[in-house]
Design a protein around this ligand. Structure first.
Ligand code: NAP
Length: 255
């Protein structure tokens, strides 16, 4: 299926590894001109080189920390300058620490809000004028299944991503007249370096969670990436304001 993405321009955050990397790679393979961002320079350059080789294209790599307001603005400015505009933004990064919700200080909560919620708000605010200039565009937020089916110990993420879902739904209505769409994906356990780390930190809790997945397997990052490619494409252009689990059937509600 031709997703009609050739020549589009996209910024993918948190794209030096894991889900973000898979999204950037998939978009590049579809002919999208892609900018990627992350904090650690060596991993970012390595990701750029790998995608460039595989997709035979040029990737724009931008070092930055999406927890910082100034970096959000700079990343969007550098990406749009290098790509000559923007058609899609993918909000993705790591996640705050795990632990009992009430054990975290105000400062911890502030950091989690900056990382999960304010980054999406700031990136989106900076990107929207460029999307408008392009005649419309698409924003995809990567959150987690825990945002709609909370897990004990994931409170910092659950609460802040619930805010992202509310913001995205509101924005989908506010930005629809400008032909700008915004959708939120809620992946379940996905085979990335982060999952391996979480598994270590929780003494194998993720292994038990995997046993609760009806399909009996975790997702591959490429499976998240394929849905993002569809959502940002003209063929996905009737979808906005959605919150989509991609979880092997794990969510236990009707909606
Ligand atoms: N893997 C799973 O099972 C799973 C399931 C559900 C939801 N998710 C969510 O999906 C997202 C991606 O997960 P993943 O497993 O792909 O994570 P990952 O393997 O840890 O990759 C995270 C990427 O984001 C970058 N990043 C992290 N913090 C950043 C920051 N402050 N500013 C800019 N870039 C940052 C990382 O590079 P640097 O560290 O160099 O910045 C890396 O490129 C996370 O929000 C995660 O919670 C993951």
């Amino acid at each position: 299926m031709d997703l009609e993405l050739k020549g589009q321009r996209a910024l993918v955050n948190g794209a030096s590894q894991g889900i973000g990397y898979a999204i950037a790679r998939q978009l590049a393979l579809e002919g999208v001109r892609v900018a990627i961002a992350a904090r650690r320079e060596p991993a970012l350059s390595a990701a750029k080189a790998r995608i460039e080789k595989e997709a035979e294209c040029e990737i724009v790599a931008i070092q930055g920390d999406i927890r910082k307001a100034e970096d959000c603005e700079r990343i969007v400015a550098q990406a749009t300058a290098a790509l000559g505009g923007l058609d899609s933004l993918v909000n993705n990064d790591g996640a705050p620490p795990l632990g009992p919700s009430l054990a975290f200080s105000d400062a911890d909560w502030g950091k989690a809000v900056d990382q999960n919620f304010m980054s999406v708000l700031r990136m989106t605010r900076a990107a929207v004028p460029h999307l408008k200039r392009a005649g419309g565009g698409s924003i995809v937020n990567i959150t987690a299944l825990s945002a709609i089916q909370p897990i004990v110990g994931f409170g910092l993420s659950v609460a802040t991503w619930a805010g992202v879902i509310g913001l995205a739904k509101t924005l989908s209505r506010e930005l629809a007249p400008d032909n700008i769409r915004i959708n939120t994906l809620c992946p379940g356990a996905t085979d990335t370096p982060r999952l391996a780390k979480v598994n270590e930190q929780t003494s194998g809790m993720m292994d038990k969670l995997v046993a609760e997945i009806p399909l009996g397997r975790i997702a591959k990052p490429e499976q998240i990436a394929a849905l993002v490619a569809l959502l940002v494409s003209p063929l996905g252009s009737h979808m906005t304001g959605t919150t989509i689990p991609i979880d092997g059937g794990q969510v236990q509600s009707l909606l």
